[in-house]
Write a protein of this length. Structure first.
Length: 332
């Protein structure tokens, strides 16, 4: 079976900028205000209808309907958020709004009044449906459960093949439109290969499994191709060379240096070193000696330097004392 070609992911929609977020907030507030005004304006018409129907408290009917509309809208959004959407819940606000619109239209005395009374309550459901659509699209994009829509122009230009493509997307849960198009291309190429291989009656000659896979559009069947025979070898094969690693020969061990030799070499190497640079680690890496020898050399060299400074200081004091004696003798 041929492997599906990987489709490139569509670029993600950039997040809203701060001005766009502010504009969206203003629009949402205005939509809520307009919807609330529409529900309030229908209060009198629905109350009058409830009074004609024999309600003892006619105000309860418009309040119940107007409150139920946003409640079911919020419930629909929460179900979408929890990935537990119910198809019929989104239609409850529509039904309640149509009832309110009908009562408002009946309350109007002229055509313009009927249109005005019926339009105001309808705005709430329109705005809530827009909000639910945005919410559902965002949740579906995050979870990967939302099925992308097919372009309307494709439905107009190639309705039969587009319907077959939509059917396969629905049956086999292909949520990406670009992936479905890539699979459709592979399926068309596989059909062309099968027809070229088996002729006009390729449907009856193709193995059943390949036909099922072709119908599903999941994996396009690959036609069997003849593998060319390898060319004849004219020259005899070269003798096999043993590439196994051979054991390395150990280098002859160097003669061990005595401590006096190490000390002499250390004095030469550290003649220009400062006291802070005279450490056991640096001596070990420079002279290639053990850690114990490096510490011993360090202590010895530091001791020699301390003695040298002490002797130098005594000599300076002696010179100073002699100079003072000479000066006092000349003065006398």
């Amino acid at each position: 079976m041929a492997t599906m070609t990987s489709t490139q992911d569509r670029p993600a929609v950039p997040p809203l900028t701060r001005p766009e977020l502010g504009l969206a907030g203003v629009g949402a507030f205005a939509a809520a205000a307009v919807g609330a005004l529409g529900l309030i304006s229908s209060f009198d018409a629905v109350s009058a209808a409830a009074l004609r129907w024999g309600f003892s408290s006619p105000w309860m009917l418009p309040i119940g309907i107007d409150v139920a509309i946003p409640v079911f809208t919020v419930a629909n959004l929460l179900l979408i958020r929890m990935d537990m959407a119910l198809a019929w819940v989104r239609f409850v606000p529509w039904v309640l709004t149509l009832i309110t619109c009908g009562l408002n239209v009946a309350a109007g005395h002229s055509l313009s009044a009927k249109v005005a009374h019926g339009t105001m309550p309808l705005l709430w459901v329109v705005f809530s449906e827009i909000g639910a659509h945005i919410y559902a699209v965002r949740i579906g994009a995050a979870t990967g459960r939302r099925m992308e829509k097919i372009r309307f122009s494709r439905w107009l230009l190639a309705f039969p093949s587009t319907f077959a493509l939509w059917r396969r997307m629905t049956l086999w849960e292909i949520t990406s439109y670009s992936e479905a198009l890539a699979r459709e291309k592979e399926r068309q190429l596989a059909r062309a290969d099968l027809r070229e291989q088996y002729g006009r009656n390729w449907r009856s000659k193709t193995p059943r499994r390949e036909r099922v896979m072709l119908r599903m559009g999941d994996l396009a069947p690959a036609t069997e191709q003849e593998v060319p025979a390898p060319p004849p070898v004219e020259n005899p094969p070269a003798p096999r060379v043993d590439t196994a690693p051979r054991p390395r020969r150990r280098a002859p061990a160097k003669a061990q240096r005595t401590f006096e030799e190490l000390l002499t070499e250390a004095r030469e190497e550290t003649a220009e070193w400062a006291d802070t640079e005279l450490t056991a680690e640096r001596l070990r890496t420079t002279l290639h000696v053990s850690q114990a020898n490096a510490r011993t050399l360090r202590d010895t060299l530091k001791g020699e330097r301390a003695e040298g400074r002490l002797l130098h200081a005594v000599d300076e004091n002696a010179v100073t004392d002699s100079r003072q004696d000479d000066a006092s003798a000349e003065a006398a």
